[in-house]
Design a protein around this ligand. Sequence first.
Ligand code: IPD
Ligand code: CA
Ligand code: CA
Length: 272
Amino acid sequence: MENIDKMLIHVVDVTRKAGEPLKKAGEKNLDFKRKNENITDIVTEHDQRTERFIIEEIQKRYPDHGFIAEEGDPDEQGFKKYTWVIDPIDGTTNFVNLGKDFAISIALYVDNEPYAGIVYDVMNDEMMVGVKNQGVWINDKPFRRKKVCEELRNAIVEISFTAEKGFQENHGVEVKPLVFSLRGHRNYGVAALTIAKIAKGELEGYVSGRLFLWDYAAAGVILRELGGDFLAYPEEEHPEGFEIQNPYKPISYIGGVSENMLNKILEKLHDK
Ligand code: IPD
Ligand code: CA
Ligand code: CA
């Protein structure tokens, strides 16, 4: 049996090192390429370089581990006993336009189940690590959230026009009744940090029409470890482990600060 704690210590260290060049990169105008016809999907050389660095540093020690990484070639990837799900820069648009509010997100799956999540808010130098049934640490200190808001009318939920369009077109679900039952809605443009905010109790929910596994896997471990929950919508079409069968298929995502809040969000989405 390999020592998983040692693995995580190594990868947290790799993550910090991977973040270092990104801190300065945002000071200059950055070139980017479009990935497809969707004008919001962009990639920079930093996304690709960061991903290569992380994978190479893990492979040096653990040559038999698997990878599912956003910028990589799916033909060269896949789940193995230990699998790292990597978003080298989550929030590339924030990285390019703002030079802040982006993250490195790395989840560890063991035997096809999420086991640990690393979410590194690079510019704030905040390293969040969650391990299933063991807790969450922020910059090496154990973290517990202090308060949880359970009422929609007092809640803030991340929801965008894109999410509205996605839920409408893909599920025939209208999100406005939810939006107008909240104290506020936001759109931070960085899925991993948004989910991490929910985990910390700084946000009550998140509705997204299109998230990939690398966007939510790491922060998802942290969220569940702190008492929150999330699902791929609609739940009945996503049985447990669906992501192992189809790791490159985006999902409609709903997250909540608690199971109760997640259910309240779902009820509002189903309000006719
Ligand atoms: C994106 C961000 C954004 C979310 C998009 C993601 P990327 O990730 O997390 O917040 O709305 O769906 O694709 O492309 O910057 O890694
Ligand atoms: Ca992402
Ligand atoms: Ca990315």
